[in-house]
Design a protein. Structure first.
Length: 254
């Protein structure tokens, strides 16, 4: 997965679309439009996008150049950008609640993944209202319930995934926690019986780096840390997100 992948010139007016979309959504919304000066702007404005599918994939793979945040009076936030390689379509995703919410509150909560919408603001608003917002409300209610009813402290035998660079450039991850195993497999690690580890090939260091970042972000949300052992050779420049005790871990792209 290469980053970033440039797109041809696009004459879609994202700012106008976001403004009209906000006018057709239920409630009172304000619009924050963000033209991107570089990759850092793209990832900074998208770091809390509550999506691990269509929208996060577009953010990771393409230079999007701009985005908009729609903010409702009750604090609900939506992320809007163009849909790469699809004329007259946009992407809309929920933005996760932040602040003092502990990472554990998100454990077991399914992300309300974003959707592609047509360039017609009225039709797009109908899709957001009928599909995305109800799923967001369900996920938000689950997080709030977890905040109000935190689980009792319990012994967790494995709260760290150990990733070790190997001489061939691959990365071997070891864990006995089933949720961690599921995350590793979902992000491209493959079980290798001989080494009793989940292995991520190193033939494409950029793709490898992004897979590690994505896995680290998801593990942090589950309250599982990642320990990256010193590589025996120069390795991909990977920055792993750390689990924050006072809030939700943020994924920062390099």
């Amino acid at each position: 997965m290469s980053l970033p992948r440039s797109l041809p010139d696009d004459d879609r007016d994202l700012e106008s679309f976001a403004t009209l979309l906000a006018e057709h959504l239920p409630g009172n919304w304000t619009v924050e439009y963000h033209p991107h000066q570089g990759d850092e702007d793209q990832f900074r404005h998208a770091e809390d996008v509550w999506d691990l599918n269509l929208v996060s994939g577009a953010i990771a793979e393409f230079v999007l150049r701009e985005d908009a945040h729609l903010i409702r009076q009750d604090g609900t936030r939506l992320y809007v950008t163009i849909r790469p390689l699809h004329d007259d379509e946009f992407l809309v995703a929920a933005i996760a609640p932040t602040g003092s919410i502990a990472a554990e509150a998100f454990e077991g909560v399914r992300e309300p993944d974003g959707i592609a919408v047509p360039g017609d603001p009225e039709r797009a608003a109908h899709a957001v209202t009928a599909d995305l917002l109800p799923r967001y409300e369900v996920a938000l209610a689950q997080v709030r319930h977890a905040v109000m009813n935190p689980p009792q402290p319990a012994s967790r035998p494995d709260t760290t995934v150990v990733m070790t660079w190997r001489e061939d450039g691959s990365l071997a991850a070891t864990t006995t926690a089933r949720p961690a195993s599921e995350v590793l497999l979902a992000e491209g690690f493959v079980w290798e019986t001989a080494s009793n580890a989940y292995v991520l090939a190193g033939d494409d260091t950029r793709a490898q780096g992004h897979a590690v970042q994505a896995a680290g972000a998801r593990l942090a949300r589950l309250g599982i840390g990642v320990a990256l052992r010193t590589a025996p050779r120069p390795a991909a420049d990977v920055s792993l997100p750390a689990s924050q005790p006072g809030g939700r871990a943020a994924l920062r792209h390099r």
